[in-house]
Design a protein around this ligand. Structure first.
Ligand SMILES: NC(=O)c1ccc[n+]([C@@H]2O[C@H](COP(=O)([O-])OP(=O)(O)OC[C@H]3O[C@@H](n4cnc5c(N)ncnc54)[C@H](O)[C@@H]3O)[C@@H](O)[C@H]2O)c1
Length: 347
């Protein structure tokens, strides 16, 4: 491979996954990391052997002449850092949610176009063997017309970094809907072929999170459960649910179902953990069949490898900013509908 892409990572929590991803790709060179927390920066940079480290991401962008930048900071910094990265001539792989809201997301999409650079959102759950295998099946037309979908991610008790930025709206943009629901919304939309949304009806509550925050004297002003019913222009509907705290049996419950005229599918987590299973249910000649994916299937590249591969080959990448923006518009509408207690038209 002739050219290796010079990569930088901003934010070294989830950013560690990005560092590993770039370090394991022969076409990428992991050049520099940035984080405002100097101790964490040093620990992570030492662990991964990254020589160039910055507590100021803008200084890194100025000095390192990077080709690719990953943004894995609290959500409030995604847009300003992405705009700075495009200005510095970089392609951007941005963590989910792409921004605090659709307005910010739109600015990122425009900036990427103006800079003629790529913007990909790390919708990492697409890059599992199960999701990828299901997508290949869906693309054959096996489901017929998809008319209903339901996509959920619930936790019994799982408020991330309770008291930290995740639960503070001005830093995160919202609670489990924008944090977990964003993944399940993208996965369902991707499998459905990203139909155009028209109406959204949403609700959001915080009975458990708010009580715990009061008891434990933690900062928290987000919902702990939200749901949305999305109607698309093609007549299909999608029900979305996400929670950080809910009185349910499962510690962690992720499930995405699509119902079509010829078949239905499910992608869900196994044993309340982070591995998945995929099944398709068919009707053929009046009989019912189950199709179950038996892993391992051929390796599916991670989001990081996919982004590097796409840049080097000049092919389009998955999860472009434009799809991230549709996700943000739906999330905004769910929050607006919950606040105003009425359906919101978005299309
Ligand atoms: N794709 C996924 O599955 C997945 C999983 C976890 C988190 N995330 C996303 O990754 C992002 C980071 O989440 P996290 O769990 O790593 O949070 P975190 O709090 O553990 O890490 C964020 C890091 O960013 C640093 N930081 C804050 N402001 C900064 C700035 N202006 N410049 C540079 N560094 C800065 C912090 O010091 C911290 O080390 C969020 O957007 C989150 O939604 C995605």
């Amino acid at each position: 491979m002739s050219k290796r892409l010079r990569c930088g990572v901003i934010g070294v929590g989830m950013g560690q996954g990005h560092i590993k991803g770039y370090q394991s790709h022969p076409g990428a060179e992991m050049v520099a990391v940035a984080d405002v927390n100097p101790e964490r920066l040093k620990t992570v940079a030492d662990t991964f052997g990254v020589a160039n480290r910055y507590t100021d991401a803008l200084a890194m962008l100025k000095r390192e002449k990077l080709d690719v930048v990953s943004i894995a900071t609290p959500n409030t910094f995604h847009m300003p850092l992405a705009l700075a990265a495009f200005k510095a001539g970089c392609h951007v792989l941005c963590e989910k949610p792409m921004a605090m809201n659709a307005q910010q997301g739109a600015r990122m999409v425009v900036a990427a176009k103006q800079a003629r650079r790529r913007l990909m959102i790390d919708f990492s759950y697409r890059f599992t063997e199960q999701a990828s295998a299901l997508k290949r099946q869906v693309d054959t037309g096996i489901l017929g017309e998809v008319y209903f979908a339901r996509s959920v991610w619930h936790r019994r008790r799982g408020l991330p970094g309770f008291g930290g930025w995740f639960g503070v709206k001005k830093l995160s943009g919202g609670g489990p809907l924008i944090d977990l629901g964003v993944h399940r919304l993208d996965l369902a939309l991707w499998l459905m072929g990203y139909p155009e949304p028209e109406w959204v009806m949403g609700g959001a509550w915080s009975p458990i999170g708010s009580r715990l925050a009061r008891e434990e004297k933690k900062a928290f002003d987000c919902e702990d459960l939200a749901c949305g019913m999305i109607r698309f222009k093609n007549g299909a509907m999608l029900e979305l649910e996400a929670s950080w705290a809910a009185n349910i049996a499962e510690r962690e419950l992720m499930e995405t179902r699509l119902l079509g005229t010829k078949a239905g599918l499910v992608q869900r987590n196994r044993n309340e953990g982070y591995d998945f299973e995929a099944e398709i249910y068919l009707e053929r000649d009046g009989a019912q069949y189950d199709m179950k994916l038996h892993p391992p299937v051929k390796g599916v590249p991670s989001a990081y490898h996919h982004f590097i591969d796409s840049i080097l080959s000049g092919k389009p990448h998955l999860a472009p900013g434009e799809e991230g923006l549709i996700v943000m518009r739906i999330l905004d509408a769910i929050y607006a509908s919950a606040a105003r207690k009425r359906p919101i038209r978005i299309g």
